[in-house]
Ligand binder design. Structure first.
Ligand code: ZN
Length: 390
């Protein structure tokens, strides 16, 4: 990666020398033969690494033709990199743990650390980071440590299609440790290709020395065959997620049909609302007229009382209308609520909510029968109180 440093860049110098002092072959003291400069960005600022290269002074020794460089350099960065490990980890962590975009990473590096990298360079480091993570995931020793606490393994395989037209990515996961073991893009999902992956999983399990007690998948034909061939004794169960998804389809269809039926039954909200608003306008007009007449006729203390009484009546009328309008709003909200997956079908929630509204209306009607207060709702084409459940 070619990188152009601004001429006024101030570098902190790190001088590194070859760790071993003597030649591997003849034990002579090594001689410094050259210097190599490697400039990198770190989170603490630009660093100029100066590596003192060394070789054996004896021309006829095999060590005389080998130039040694300080190993410590790799603790700061890798050859040809423009950034140190710290920046590299900063990038990788934000990309994969926090899902920052490449442009965002680039700008944040520039603003916070004055590190200028092109988007291509950032993308390239992110890709390298991915490779390192994958290598670590597959490292036998790391894997053995991760599985120390488990006695058995449960494996799954599934094909993921990242985008239409792209090859399917086949992922083998282990469920005890909830760990992706490996993933491979396969152009063809032939039984032979799939079986190769399943055989690889078998190899891994054998390396770990733990028995596979269960396989899970969506039971595609290729999976069935490959797993039966490589793991003849191991049960192969239908993946719960796929199972629920498949069951969910007819459930959601029935649910959607039920919703349509309920919406057909619960109608006329707009008419009720219009009616209420019209009544409110009439009431307001009457109130103003009465108030003006009363004030003009009697200019005594009783006028105040009368006005107060009229106002109270107007407020009461308004309240009743507000209650009706609130019911309408609630019912409209219920009819428009489409949330909920197959485990909480929206239609069932709708039916439950409408039932609550019906019970609430019924309670009001019952209360009215006992009380003296007259309500204007009774004249409205009220929402049917028949059960909603189809
Ligand atoms: Zn030598």
């Amino acid at each position: 990666m070619g990188y152009r440093w601004p001429t006024d860049t101030v570098f902190t110098q790190r001088l590194l020398t070859v760790e071993q002092e003597r030649c591997d072959f003849c034990q002579r003291r090594l001689q410094i033969c050259d210097h190599r400069f490697h400039h990198i960005h770190t989170l603490e600022g630009p660093v100029a690494i100066v590596c003192k290269l060394a070789h054996c002074p004896q021309r006829h020794c095999p060590g005389g033709h080998r130039t040694l460089s300080p190993l410590a350099e790799t603790q700061l960065t890798l050859p040809h990199w423009t950034i140190g490990w710290d920046v590299f980890c900063w990038l990788g962590h934000r990309r994969f743990a926090r899902h920052w975009s490449i442009p965002q990473l680039r700008l944040e590096l520039r603003d916070t650390y004055q590190i200028t990298l092109s988007e291509d360079a950032v993308a390239d480091y992110v890709q390298r980071y991915q490779v390192l993570v994958a290598a670590r995931q597959q490292d036998a020793q790391a894997l053995a440590e991760a599985y120390q606490q488990f006695d058995t393994l449960i494996l799954t395989i599934d094909g993921l299609q990242p985008e239409k037209g792209h090859e399917t990515l086949y992922v083998v996961r282990e469920l005890r440790a909830k760990r992706v073991w490996f993933a491979e893009p396969l152009l063809s999902s032939t039984s032979a290709e799939i079986q190769r992956l399943v055989a690889k999983a078998k190899q891994w399990a054998e390396q770990l020395g733990k028995p596979v007690v269960l396989w899970m998948s969506d039971k595609q034909e290729a999976f069935l065959q490959a797993i039966a061939a490589e793991f003849p004794e191991v049960p192969h169960r239908y993946c719960q997620n796929h199972f629920v998804r498949d069951v969910a389809k007819p459930v959601l269809e029935a649910d959607s049909h039920a919703k349509v039926t309920m919406r057909k039954k619960v109608r006329g909200l707009r008419a009720i609302e219009r009616d209420m608003l019209a009544q409110q306008r009439v009431a307001a007009a009457v109130e103003t007229a009465t108030a003006v007449e009363t004030t003009a006729a009697v200019e005594t203390a009783t006028a105040v009382e009368t006005t107060a009484a009229v106002e109270t009546a107007a407020v009461a009328l308004g309240e009743a209308e507000h209650v009706v309008l609130d019911y309408c709003a609630a019912v409209r909200g219920i009819l428009n609520d489409d949330h909920g997956g197959p485990l909480q079908p929206p239609g069932l929630r709708m039916a439950a909510a409408l039932t609550e509204v019906r019970e609430s209306l019924q309670r009001n009607l019952d209360a009215k029968k006992g009380g003296a207060r007259t309500s204007r709702c009774s004249g409205s084409p009220a929402v049917s109180t028949v059960a909603w459940m189809p």
